[in-house]
Design a binder for this molecule. Structure first.
Ligand SMILES: O=C(O)c1ccccc1NCC(=O)[C@H](O)[C@H](O)COP(=O)(O)O
Length: 265
């Protein structure tokens, strides 16, 4: 099962990070100034707000883009009208890199979400040092109490949290951790099946007042409109944008509707 494999891999990374990060690093993370708010950027106008993802590969699709330039991709996302950028930093399964996040943060002015598999506070310290404004926490990956503790520690470090759910049973744990944003992942992380109906089913179960975003499986304006009707403030799009010749134009089309002549995905 994928979550077990990734947990095993992340435990090794946590061991390495725990050895590498010095007391000075930890103090530096504590002292870092406040971040760009992902939650405040999730404002729905004519369209839901768009979080555009730098995603070189994935367990479900393999390599998506061979030669990734994270900075030019993120700049194109910003120019197209994205409200935030998500950067995959996992190297093993997504061919991302922590340094991609650092470079994107320096070169774009949007909030930057660290997309990784976080199960230990040391990864939050690392995220802060890299310049992340927000981190993804996956409700299915850790126990309820651990989720609360991670979210608390993230807040203490000045990081916002996007807590992701896929099943109704995970919503209570997510809410108790006081997320800044709730993400409903349309992708089942065990089977990789992706179905936009997941957002339609779970969105009404989340109380008003927390921005909700729909994640995964969005490939067209019609998909975005469907999730908008389900009540989300934002959407997170990865693969579709990474496959476009011009991600900037693709975002404009997604956000503004238009001709429907999107480049093939
Ligand atoms: O994308 C995968 O194959 C995947 C597999 C296992 C765990 C997580 C996975 N993706 C992480 C994501 O949540 C997506 O990158 C994100 O929602 C964007 O999805 P998409 O637009 O479908 O690329």
């Amino acid at each position: 099962m994928f979550l077990n494999r990734i947990t095993e891999e992340k435990r090794k990374e946590v061991e390495g990070l725990s050895r590498e990060l010095t007391a000075d690093d930890r103090r530096a993370a504590d002292r870092m100034s406040s971040c760009r708010s992902l939650a405040k950027a999730m404002v729905k106008r004519e369209s839901p707000a768009l979080i555009a993802e730098v995603k070189p590969a994935s367990p479900s699709r393999g390599t998506i883009q061979e030669q990734v330039n994270p900075v030019s991709t993120a700049r194109a996302y910003e120019a197209g009208g994205a409200s935030a950028v998500s950067v995959l930093t996992d190297q093993t399964f997504f061919h991302g890199h922590p340094d991609y996040l650092r470079r994107v943060k320096e070169q774009v002015s949007l909030p930057v979400l660290r997309k990784d598999f976080i199960l230990h506070p040391v990864q939050l310290v690392e995220s802060r040092l890299l310049g992340a404004d927000a981190v993804l926490l996956i409700a299915a990956m850790v126990e309820k109490e651990a989720l609360k503790e991670l979210a608390w520690e993230a807040r203490r470090l000045g990081l916002e949290t996007l807590i992701e759910v896929h099943r109704a049973e995970e919503i209570d744990a997510a809410l108790q951790a006081k997320p800044d944003v709730i993400g409903i992942n349309n992708r089942n992380l065990t089977t990789f099946d992706t179905d936009l109906a997941v957002t339609e089913e779970l969105s009404p179960l989340i109380p008003e007042g927390i921005p909700v975003i729909g994640e995964s499986g969005i490939h067209s304006r019609a998909d975005l409109e469907r999730l908008s009707r389900a009540g989300v403030e934002g959407v997170l799009v990865g693969e579709y944008l990474m496959r476009q010749e011009s991600p900037e134009r693709a975002i404009r089309r997604l956000l503004a509707g238009g001709t429907g002549c999107a480049e093939p995905s």
